[in-house]
Design a protein around this ligand. Structure first.
Ligand code: ATP
Length: 297
């Protein structure tokens, strides 16, 4: 018997970053939107914990206990006195190290899959608590849809979304390390007065009403200057997408994936074609949002 869970990628439609805290983390106002690019995680009983991965970026995914999906299985097993003897297979479609929370998605998916396989009877709150221990973006991968995350981004409040948004994601060659991007943020903002992060009312309103035009004007990412500083060529990608008719363009999370909001599905296809031909990215993907969180298939 095996259990397969499908889990979406995310884009941060707002990422407001505060000054570094004494523990090194940053307070955030992080508005997550799940997008319809999915990994599928399958868990099957086995003699020992093993991980395999398939997909175009599979070679970049660790197959040891550094894999977040394996860590999720171990965390759930420990709580329930179970030995985590499962084979975890990740069918990976979410770009790796792209700022789209692919590893976090796999962790949430593995948790839901193992929970079903082992029939632990864990409550949703218990699963969310394990997610928060695994990483700041993991709880959102479990719930999907749209949500405001405060604290390190893990304290979630769901947001109702009133429409469908059409996106294009330009996938860059190579990843950017999230800690390195926060380090660059600290360097760029050193000696300045970094305001406390707050969710933008205009952005929340755009999500509620489903207005693409209002959302386009309200998108923001405080990590974008840091990502551009570490990877200046991303400015060319952003310009290529805007030139192709995107209503707005921004770096997704810590990058280097860039996100483009399109007026409709047809515009998204056109922007993706132009980006692929531009030579400024490895590939471009279209996706709609919101998307459901980790779901057993
Ligand atoms: P975030 O948006 O949450 O900052 P990301 O999308 O930038 O994350 P991930 O794809 O999650 O980045 O990968 C970051 C690193 O995590 C990878 O370079 C890889 O070494 C490691 N990793 C651990 N588990 C996984 C996994 N299941 N899938 C992908 N990467 C993983």
């Amino acid at each position: 018997m095996s259990v397969t869970v499908r889990v979406p990628a995310k884009v941060n439609v707002q990422l407001a970053v505060g000054a570094p805290r004494p523990d090194g983390f940053h307070d955030l106002a992080n508005v997550f939107l799940a997008v319809g690019l999915y990994d599928e995680v399958t868990v099957t009983p086995a003699d020992a914990l093993t991980v395999t991965c398939s997909g175009p970026d599979a070679a970049q995914v660790p197959l040891d206990t550094g894999n977040l999906a394996a860590r999720a299985a171990i965390a759930l097993a420990e709580r329930h006195g179970i030995t985590p003897d499962v084979h975890i297979h990740i069918s990976k479609d979410i770009p790796v190290a792209g700022g789209m929370a692919g590893g976090s998605a796999d962790a949430a998916a593995a948790l839901v899959a193992c929970d079903a396989l082992w029939a632990t009877g864990a409550t949703r709150d218990e699963l969310l608590a394990i997610c928060a221990e695994l990483g700041s973006d993991v709880p959102f991968s479990l719930v999907g849809g749209a949500a405001l995350g405060i604290g390190r981004g893990e304290q979630l409040t769901a947001i109702d979304v009133g429409g469908t948004f059409h996106w294009v994601f330009a996938v860059a060659d190579g990843g950017l390390s999230t800690p390195a991007v926060y380090g660059e943020f600290d360097r760029l903002t050193a000696g300045t007065d970094v305001p406390a992060p707050e969710a933008s009312p205009a952005l929340l309103d755009a999500l509620h009403t489903g207005s693409t035009d209002v959302l386009a004007k309200a998108l923001s990412n405080d990590l974008q200057p840091a990502a551009l500083s570490l990877r200046p060529s991303l400015a060319d990608t952003l310009a290529a997408g805007t030139g192709a008719g995107a209503l707005a363009a921004l770096v997704s999370g810590s990058g280097p994936t860039t996100a483009f909001l399109a007026a409709d599905a047809e515009a998204a296809r056109r922007i993706a074609d132009t980006l692929r031909a531009s030579g400024t990215c490895r590939t471009a993907r279209v996706a709609v949002s919101p998307a459901p969180g980790a779901t057993i298939v």
